[in-house]
Design a protein around this ligand. Structure first.
Ligand code: ATP
Ligand code: MG
Length: 194
């Protein structure tokens, strides 16, 4: 089972392609998308309400029978730590389920340097770091066997850019699923944010 954590503010095709690519490469039966609760290391900006980020993630993944969305991080009070995410999901999935935590290479480098319980994390899941344009992995300090690096088809898409585009009146079509474009417009998200 793949686990794709993220702020998903908003979810975009980079996230979806990365999940699909890793699922194919590792033969995963399922990928669970887990929107974060309290923003972690993103205190410099207002993050959209968890319910909006959750619903956009549901809309974006609805058409794929192997994709689902979990509320574990949204429903757990306080900041989101990946160690809690993985413990909750592995408990829910039951014994014998192998977890693959899918993350961007940028985020993976942060796991090593600043996330708490880094050692414990690697016991809970196999980590898959996806490289994308502009994010090369230079930190070689990963434990042996715990981490794989995967190159996803070049998708220079980021939530930051989508928020900026929406604020500046530029198109976001085809960067996110159509239903997410419509949801953003309907809820008036990212009007003043970056
Ligand atoms: P922001 O610009 O606000 O940081 P983001 O686009 O990086 O948003 P997140 O919700 O922070 O989106 O990302 C969730 C996970 O997906 C992270 O591990 C991130 O590295 C990874 N990711 C984001 N964009 C891509 C992409 N285009 N290709 C592959 N992985 C990505
Ligand atoms: Mg990011």
């Amino acid at each position: 089972m793949g686990v794709m954590g993220g702020t998903f503010d908003p979810i975009h095709h980079g996230h979806l392609v990365a999940a699909s690519e890793v699922a194919g490469l590792f033969g995963l039966d399922e990928v669970v998308f887990v929107p974060t609760g309290e923003p972690w290391q993103k205190t410099h900006r207002e993050v959209s309400p968890a319910e909006d980020r959750y619903l956009m993630t549901v809309i974006a993944t609805a058409s794929n029978p192997r994709f689902s969305v979990s509320r574990v991080d949204i429903d757990r009070p306080g900041q989101t730590y990946t160690v809690d995410t993985l413990k909750d999901l592995s408990r829910a999935a039951g014994e014998g389920t192998e977890l693959f935590f899918i993350t961007g290479a940028d985020a993976l480098a942060q796991i090593i340097s600043s996330w708490r319980n880094a050692e414990e994390l690697f016991g809970l899941a196999h980590f898959v770091g996806c490289t994308r344009p502009g994010h090369t992995l230079s930190d070689p300090g990963f434990p042996d066997g715990g981490v794989s690096l995967v190159e996803v088809p070049a998708l220079a898409i980021s939530s930051t850019d989508i928020r900026r585009r929406q604020r500046d009146g530029e198109p976001i079509w085809y960067l996110v699923p159509d239903g997410v474009v419509q949801y953003i417009s309907k809820r008036g998200l990212y009007r003043g944010a970056t």
